[in-house]
Design a protein around this ligand. Structure first.
Ligand SMILES: O=C(O)c1cccc(C(=O)CC[C@H]2O[C@@H](n3cnc4c(=O)[nH]cnc43)[C@H](O)[C@@H]2O)c1
Ligand SMILES: [Zn+2]
Length: 352
């Protein structure tokens, strides 16, 4: 990506980012619960170990490593107990996305975690669909779903997730893709091939997490065995030049989430983050927020971090936003509309 900065371009990139129309491709449903929602749910369910005081939450959301992050994540999952909790969470996530000028988001949802905790599958689907439609009507933000397998929960979770994603009586209208999340260490990707085969045969796109906490072979496995069309994180791809060339040549996007990688200690410091290696190798890089309140970030901040790491001005940031539109599973008309909006916004911003 070129640096389009020209003298005397002393404009405020942060303010530009705040108003820029954007697409978010990698953000988790439960991981997007704001401190206000978490506190409200924790107060409702006092048997939970999640603090109900928003101030105490910041400490609670400080992670020693990836395994600790997943433990904390699951304690928040335990707060989502009724279809009304699911609807409230989904609707509030959309409100927050709209506040950041997100026009389109693919939200990763783990339905297995809810059905195994006793929420009826039909009621779960109705809750997310009801929130999706209300959010589009009221905020103008279009939501789509990625149902992911929580890999560490094993093949039972994989079977249930693919069933929920492909059963015509349950499959929600907003579902576009199939994913795989949770820890990677000790959870080899190839075992999930039959489930991804079924999801892809049913018309879903494949977007597994890979290379977040393990090496580049996991990304190869995701590409070869799971038919990955985009990769969640893909951080360790930077260690394998042949893999980078493959991703670049096939326009397989990486869903990069810089602050997440620091918060879970997958990468030591932001300055060591390989995002620039990806861009220099010609890989289609998208910027995303993952679990924003848990990582003390939001999508606008992730764009600001990426702008700093890549040395981008406003036009460079707009190009990043257009990468996300290109890599999304929107139809061509929808992609053209958001791209045109990004162009118009950028032109107006840079006009003398
Ligand atoms: O729900 C359960 O009962 C359950 C049992 C065993 C294991 C799990 C999980 O591993 C759930 C993990 C859950 O974490 C989500 N997530 C959020 N952010 C990330 C991330 O950065 N990298 C990987 N996974 C992430 C993901 O959606 C999983 O479903 C659950
Ligand atoms: Zn993720």
């Amino acid at each position: 990506m070129t640096d389009h900065r020209t003298e005397p371009a002393l404009r405020d990139v942060h303010a530009f980012i705040a108003g820029l129309p954007k697409a978010e491709l990698h953000v988790h449903h439960v991981g997007s619960a704001s401190p206000r929602i978490v506190s409200e749910l924790a107060a409702r369910h006092p048997d939970s170990k999640v603090p109900s005081d928003p101030e105490a939450l910041a400490d609670y959301f400080t992670f020693t490593d990836f395994a600790h992050f997943i433990d904390v994540y699951l304690s928040v999952v335990d707060l989502i107990r009724t279809p009304e909790d699911v609807r409230l969470l989904t609707y509030e996530v959309a409100r927050e996305l709209a506040r950041q000028q997100v026009r389109y988001a693919e939200l990763t949802i783990t339905p297995f975690s809810s059905t195994r905790r006793g929420i009826d599958a039909r009621a779960f689907m109705d809750a997310i669909e009801d929130a999706r439609k209300a959010a589009e009507a009221e905020f103008g933000t279009v939501l789509r779903w990625c149902f992911d397998i929580p890999g560490e929960a094993g093949l039972e979770a994989a079977e249930e997730t693919v069933r929920l994603a492909t059963d015509d009586r349950l499959r929600p209208e907003g579902l576009v893709s199939f994913g795989l999340g949770g820890p990677e260490i000790g959870v080899p990707r190839p075992q999930f091939k039959p489930y991804f085969d079924r999801a892809v045969a049913a018309g879903l796109h494949s977007v597994p997490h890979a290379g977040e906490t393990t090496g580049p072979q996991t990304v190869w496995d995701a590409l070869v065995d799971l038919h990955a069309e985009r990769i969640g994180h893909g951080t360790s791809s930077a260690q394998d030049p042949r893999l980078l060339a493959h991703l670049a040549e096939r326009r397989i996007a990486l869903e990069v989430c810089p602050t997440s990688n620091i918060a879970t200690r997958a990468v030591r410091t932001l300055d060591e983050h390989p995002i620039k290696t990806f861009v220099d190798a010609g890989v289609l890089v998208t910027v995303n927020s993952d679990d924003p309140p848990m990582f003390g970030t939001d999508l606008n901040n992730e764009y600001a971090v990426a702008a700093r790491l890549l040395g981008l001005d406003e036009r460079g940031v707009a190009d990043l936003a257009k990468n996300a539109v290109e890599a999304s599973f929107l139809d061509l008309g929808g992609k053209a509309r958001i791209s045109a909006e990004i162009d118009a916004y950028t032109k107006a911003w840079l006009a003398p």
